[in-house]
Design a protein around this ligand. Structure first.
Ligand code: BG6
Length: 485
């Protein structure tokens, strides 16, 4: 049985309460936590947005959102009624003169000291909203501010956001979300590495040949063309999710799991990432953009067609790159990363590819090197490929087979969505799974180097058919090194 520790009562204000994130993730996450008994009586969830809407209308919106995110047979209408009583709505144009802050303040449960402000808005509004919360007298020392990614579009804009919000909230009050850190399987990375004696002695350049990280999506733009075309795969996925996976795979054991210990280890990895020059970017990065193709047997339009008639764009929907971590543990070990939209399937995994045995006593019989495959989604689990003698006569045959630790077979749980864990961590004041200011900036500093190199090289993305595994050059990136994805 899953165990849920109730948190303290809280007021949660969602700015951008009628937006996509609120509808798809935040409201359902809160509903599921409430249904599991984790959210105590007295807590309030107050959505705000510019839209003029009554509380009743907003509750209707929230109900639709939560029903859509809950299995039909698990939907509990009576339970919803009780949850709905926690939900309130305040129309508010947070950055406008004369906005009704008193109205918002009046909806907070004044007996509760913990106010959480979740900015689920466009990042360009973060600083102004933080300032307005402060001016309204609501930035109390016990309040917390949650910022969604992306924090900026480059180092300069990320710094401006960080400086702007830090003028109104202390760093310890700011929770920068990267929802990958809330995924069960991503957290399991730390357990796998640091709760198993077997891992540490081989988790380094002596035994590891290379590391591969793939985050593949079969979806395309999903109505986000405006944002995505200005961003592209490097900014949208690599700067945050993939680099976080690199950090958790490569970091040293933290002293404890408390906030700053984990974050301090992660930033050391970011600072040790090999920087790209234009020359290196030419040989060690691949940009792709999907063209029309078949995804899961269905016709899918190309990126430009999805953007609209006669659209022109050099935005990449796929990135693959080879990098390295310049420190004692990882010197000389390549890290290959790739991510893309409209690929053949949705799958995310980390592969630790070990070196072959130093000497084979099996003569002509081929043996493969060990691989540890950490599957983040779907089919969550861990597979360790070992060499096994195939039974029977007829000479020695060796097979590579996995020890398979499947989540689905071992745990009969519904996996909580990443946002469920992260929202409750904000309420608990647990900063470990959130990005610190210097972490975000270090990640941008590295990504800015790639963007500058692409600019200097006048690079354009290579087409790949929707439903494939990316451009040919991505396969060649590994092939040249005698390896494969
Ligand atoms: C978001 C990106 O941060 O992560 C999206 O902006 C992407 O483009 C999404 O689709 C992927 O998240 P998940 O949890 O579905 O792997």
């Amino acid at each position: 049985m899953a165990q849920f520790v109730p948190v303290e009562p809280f007021n949660l204000v969602i700015f951008g309460g009628t937006g996509d994130l609120s509808r798809r993730k935040l409201l359902p996450a809160l509903f599921h936590r409430w249904r599991d008994g984790q959210i105590p009586e007295g807590s309030r969830i107050i959505a705000t947005a510019r839209t003029q809407m009554s509380v009743k209308e907003f509750r209707g919106f929230a109900r639709k959102a939560c029903e859509a995110a809950t299995d039909a047979e698990a939907w509990d209408a009576a339970g919803w009624k009780a949850f709905e009583a926690l939900i309130d709505y305040q129309p508010l144009d947070a950055t406008a003169e004369g906005a009704d802050w008193a109205g918002l303040a009046g909806r907070l449960n004044q007996e509760i000291a913990l106010n959480v402000y979740y900015l689920a808005t466009a990042p360009r509004l973060y600083v102004d909203i933080a300032a307005a919360i402060d001016a309204a007298g609501l930035a109390t020392p016990s309040s917390r501010l949650v910022l969604e990614k992306p924090i900026g579009t480059d180092l300069a804009s990320a710094r401006a956001i960080n400086e702007g919000v830090c003028a109104h909230f202390a760093e310890e009050q700011i929770y920068r979300i990267d929802h990958y850190l809330g995924k069960e399987t991503v957290q399991n990375l730390m357990v796998l590495r640091f709760a198993n004696r077997l891992m540490e002695p081989v988790w380094n350049r002596t035994s590891v040949d290379h590391v591969q990280i793939t985050v593949a999506e079969d979806l395309g733009l999903e109505g986000r063309a405006g944002y995505y075309d200005r961003s592209g795969a490097l900014r949208d996925m690599v700067q945050n999710h993939l680099l976080q996976l690199v950090c958790l795979t490569a970091m040293e054991p933290p002293a404890t799991l408390e906030g700053d210990d984990v974050r301090t280890e992660k930033i050391k990895v970011l600072k040790s990432l090999k920087r790209f020059t234009p020359e290196l970017a030419r040989s060690a990065t691949v940009r792709g953009q999907y063209s029309a193709g078949l995804v899961g047997g269905e016709k899918a339009r190309g990126y430009l067609e999805e953007l609209g008639e006669d659209a022109q764009s050099d935005t990449e929907t796929f990135v693959a790159l080879k990098t390295g971590i310049e420190n004692w543990r990882w010197a000389g070990v390549p890290f290959y990363l790739r991510t893309g939209k409209r690929m053949s399937a949705r799958w995310s995994e980390i592969v630790i590819a070990f070196k072959p045995v130093p000497h084979s006593i099996f003569g002509e019989t081929r043996t493969e090197a060990n691989r540890l495959v950490i599957r983040l989604q779907p089919d969550e689990g861990v597979r360790l490929y070992l060499q096994i003698k195939e039974p029977g006569p007829g000479g020695l045959r060796i097979k590579s087979l996995p020890l398979n630790l499947s989540y689905a077979e071992n745990f009969m749980l519904r996996y909580p969505d990443a946002y469920e864990r992260l929202l409750m961590d904000v309420v608990r004041g647990n900063l470990a799974l959130f990005m610190r200011r210097d972490e975000v900036e270090a990640a941008w500093s590295w990504v800015d180097g790639i963007i500058a190199a692409w600019g200097e090289n006048e690079s354009t993305p290579e087409p790949y058919p929707a439903g494939s595994d990316g451009p040919v050059s991505a396969a060649l990136l590994m092939d040249r090194d005698g390896r494969s994805w």
